[in-house]
Write a protein that binds this ligand. Structure first.
Ligand code: NAP
Length: 300
């Protein structure tokens, strides 16, 4: 393999170490303990495992942390009242609603009810707007994790050709908004390709990317000969492509043909173990930022 492997778990551990110091200092110097509530509706096993991991990390960092489990038949009204309670709770700086919600609840209505200053997922339209105009405190966790990986493993993306494959509201679009900012760690020339882009053009754009970020949800989509020699390839995709007979666990593949692309790229994230481990860590970072903003230590 020619490419250097970008180990997300190691970068995430390093960021958590930095965050722990920041949390200890916030508590000691300012008497501010970052507070996070994760709200889980129902008993979906994947959602349970996600909120458990989020709670575990927030405890490790010394947060004030609440896991709020609600019955699957909670009414939309009751859930909105619960959010309002946490919006008003000064000990809570971050509110995370684990998605998906049951069908009888309008997820958009629920996400809109979260105080934007406590919206640590950064999905609220106010935060989406703040990101676009470059006047933001927090960024959506997955694209923010990609930016950290690029900066820490590859280096300054200023002036580089960045190509983003995919334009979803949670990954592709915010990724574009982040990388075009006239800010340190960004300031790139950004192209976004999607299903509206003819395939030959997708390949053409990918081939000139210094940094290729792929979030299409198509297993092994990006081929070895679509990638520029030495490029940095960030594979966001997590696709279940089968079940292991040995372990009974899902076999995962990214959106990049790893074996072929890693021969050509200079840097590459594996799946699993690349972007995935960064997401929870960025949620923790956002909660610390929200706590600092609430205490007037940074401007929101
Ligand atoms: P999504 O909502 O399905 O969006 C996929 C995007 O890719 C859409 O914009 C779609 O275009 C585009 N696309 C689909 N097929 C394409 C093709 N053949 N060529 C070019 N563009 C194509 O998915 P998502 O939520 O952004 O997630 C993308 C992947 O990342 C998934 O595998 C997901 O599991 C993974 N993911 C991982 C993490 C993590 O923490 N590691 C977090 C979030 C998502 P249109 O807009 O035209 O339909």
């Amino acid at each position: 393999m020619a490419a250097k492997l970008i180990k997300g778990a190691e970068v995430a551990a390093q960021i958590r170490e930095e965050l722990k110091k920041e949390v200890d200092e916030l508590i000691a110097k300012h008497n501010v303990t970052p507070g996070l509530v994760t709200i889980l509706v129902g008993e979906d096993p994947a959602s349970i495992s996600y909120v458990t991991a989020k709670q575990k990390t927030s405890h490790e960092l010394g947060f004030y942390s609440i896991q709020d489990n609600q019955e699957p038949d909670i009414t939309e009204d009751a859930l909105l009242k619960l959010i309002d309670k946490y919006n008003k709770d000064p000990k809570i700086h971050g509110i995370l609603i684990q998605l998906p919600l049951p069908k009888h609840i309008d997820s958009n209505k629920v996400l809109l009810a979260i105080d934007p200053n406590k919206d640590v997922d950064a999905f609220h339209p106010i935060n989406v707007g703040r990101i676009l105009i470059g006047n933001y405190v927090f960024l959506p966790c997955t694209p923010a994790g990609c930016q950290e990986l690029i900066n820490r493993a590859y280096g300054d993306p200023k002036g580089k050709e960045v190509v983003v494959v995919g334009r979803s509201n949670i990954v592709g679009k915010p990724m574009v908004a982040i990388m075009i900012q006239k800010k340190a760690g960004a300031n790139s020339t950004v192209t976004c390709v999607h299903t509206g882009t003819p395939k030959d053009k997708i390949i053409e754009h990918c081939r000139r990317a210094d940094i290729l970020i792929v979030a299409a949800g198509v297993p092994k989509y990006i081929q070895g000969d679509w990638v520029k020699e030495g490029a940095c390839v960030i594979d966001v995709g997590v696709n279940r492509i089968g079940i292991s007979e040995k372990t009974g666990k899902a076999i995962l593949a990214g959106d990049v043909d790893f074996d072929a692309v890693s021969q050509k790229a200079g840097f590459i994230t594996p799946v699993p173990g690349g972007v995935g481990p960064m997401t929870i860590t960025m949620l923790m970072k956002n909660t610390v930022l929200a706590a600092k903003a609430a205490a007037g230590l940074i401007k929101i």
